[in-house]
Design a binder for this molecule. Structure first.
Ligand SMILES: CCCCCCCC/C=C\CCCCCCCC(N)=O
Length: 526
């Protein structure tokens, strides 16, 4: 590297560090006192996993209608505080729950058939407001789509309905799902159940929030840069971004802009209990579960475990918090004590370019850009004009959506030498990692460098999402695993990554670490 480039890099790093530290200090002064927490959970049924609830319904230990009423009551209790639900279909769900109870009462279908064909019979679930649920709004947080009603279910929603699950509500997202705080000009901002002064993440932020607050039995999110894993991390729940092309991306707005985006984007489960991830992946992947070999047993003692504590010094990304870094030490000790296993530490330097590699991967040659999508794919908005309107609170768009479009327009041109270089670097990193992982390895890596920031704080550290984003452009599956709370009571955890189609390894590690570290911790229990 030339001396000049080194100097520019050092200056850039210095400026970023100052902005990072000063902005956090100012935000913590503004929010000096911890905000509210989600109201305490008093109905113990809400603590069960979706699989246990399904079993209880199927074996008539509880009525489906009663389960539904428990979740409806919980949503009504939490939503005024957290603003995670943006639309509901309680009346239709009540009728569907009644039908389930009548079906079960009739005893016409044997238990084992029900367990096989309708494994989630009567279980209430939620999904984000960009995945179509027939008859419900489908806005993607874009004012231009405020009145759009989905005319059909997304394929994933169809699969879940076929498995007997009942959609009850839609959850909040960021505008066009392209930011990691969930706030938009239709539904407003969602608040973290562990401290309402903090973000829920994005784009599946309402979903992470409702899962943590036990407002639905499980949820569905989508992830092209971390939109399942970041909200799972900030809200202390499990979330899995599947291997490319194993779960349908149909029925989402915005649709993937290019073939590449289709491989980066993944629809996957979000839930409080690790045991739900595998059965949900079986359902969501439709006919593809054999590709994922989800029925193959995983012996943890035979999985090769690698880890890396940070991205090796990316310039514009916050350093990994001490308490998150300390989780690696705890992991090493746990595997040593419980399994007499040694974990292998990696220091792959190319991760330092994660952010640039994500942007390079997202650049499309011909598909609609983010800027095109801001109009709802109906012409092109003027960014300077909208930014001016935003200053007077007159724009239909969020500041961050407009800024993202500007950053996108200012980036490397498709096919430029820098763009080609970054794609090559990404491919080399993928080869390097796949070689290490082989067919039986997992890679444990921070999901995010800091715990849930305060509202609006992400604007001052926009590229922190690159810890998750890099995994998307590498085309790998990954699961976020909650591993307790930090000293301020805010969730922490890590993501586990595997080679494509080895999702089952990630899910097995999630179950193991849930046993070892406790998994989801309710925001408040009475
Ligand atoms: C002064 C403010 C500058 C703000 C610059 C903002 C640039 C933001 C650029 C990209 C943000 C991408 C965030 C991706 C979040 C997750 C996406 C997903 N759906 O998985």
């Amino acid at each position: 590297m030339s001396e000049l480039r080194k100097y520019v890099r050092a200056m850039y790093r210095l400026i970023f560090s100052v902005v990072n530290v000063v902005s956090h200090f100012l935000f913590s002064l503004t929010y000096r006192q911890c905000g509210e927490k989600a109201p305490p959970i008093t109905d113990l049924l809400l603590l069960d996993s979706a699989s246990k609830i399904a079993l209880k319904i199927r074996t008539k230990k509880v009525k489906c209608s009663d389960v539904l009423e428990s979740f409806i009551a919980r949503i009504k209790q939490i939503n005024p505080v957290l603003n995670c639900v943006v639309a509901e279909r309680f009346a239709e769900a009540r009728q569907e729950a009644k039908n389930v109870d009548e079906l079960l009462k009739s005893d016409t279908i044997p238990d084992d058939v029900l367990a096989r064909e309708k494994p989630f019979l009567g279980v209430p679930f939620t999904t984000k407001d960009c995945i179509a649920v027939k008859g419900m709004i489908h806005t993607a947080g874009l004012v231009a789509r405020k009145h759009i009603i989905a005319s059909d279910d997304a394929t994933t929603v169809k699969h879940l309905k076929n498995a007997g699950a009942i959609p009850i509500a839609l959850t909040n997202i960021s505008e066009l799902c392209m930011w990691w705080e969930s706030d938009n000009n239709i539904h407003g901002r969602s608040r973290n159940p562990y401290d309402t002064n903090r973000i829920v993440g994005g784009s599946s932020g309402g979903e992470g929030c409702i899962q943590a607050a036990a407002g639905s039995a499980f949820g569905v999110g989508s992830d092209i840069g971390g939109s399942i894993r970041m909200p799972s991390f900030f809200n202390g729940v499990f979330g899995h971004k599947p291997s490319p092309f194993t779960v349908s991306n149909d029925g989402q707005f915005p649709p993937p802009s290019s073939g590449d985006h289709d491989s980066f984007l993944g629809v996957g489960p979000m839930c409080r209990h690790a045991e739900d991830l595998l059965p949900l992946m079986k359902i969501l992947s439709g006919g593809k579960q054999s590709q994922l070999k989800l029925d193959l047993q995983v012996n943890i003692n035979e999985v090769d475990i690698f880890y890396q504590e940070d991205d090796q010094g990316s310039v514009a990304v916050s350093p990994v918090n001490k308490e998150i870094k300390a989780l690696f030490g705890k992991l090493v000790t746990y595997f040593d004590k419980a399994h007499s296993r040694k974990l292998t530490k990696l220091e792959l330097k190319r991760f330092a370019k994660s952010q640039q590699m994500w942007f390079a991967g997202m650049k499309t040659q011909s598909g609609p850009t983010f800027h095109d999508q801001l109009s709802g794919l109906n012409g092109r908005i003027s960014l300077p004009w909208e930014l001016l309107k935003w200053c007077f609170r007159c724009s239909n768009h969020t500041f961050i959506a407009l800024s993202t479009a500007l950053v996108e327009n200012a980036g490397e041109a498709y096919g430029s030498s820098k763009h080609t270089y970054l794609l090559r670097e990404r491919d080399k990193l993928r080869e390097e990692l796949l070689e290490i992982l082989g067919d039986n390895g997992v890679f444990i890596y921070p999901t995010h460098p800091t715990v849930a920031p305060y509202h609006n704080e992400p604007i001052f550290k926009p590229f922190n999402f690159s810890y998750t984003g890099i995994i998307n452009v590498l085309g790998l599956p990954a699961t976020h695993i909650p591993m307790g709370l930090n000293s301020e009571g805010i969730p922490i955890g890590l993501q586990v990554v595997s080679a494509p189609n080895n999702d089952r390894l990630c899910l097995a590690i999630a179950r193991e670490l849930e046993k070892a570290f406790g998994g989801w911790v309710p925001p408040q229990l009475e």
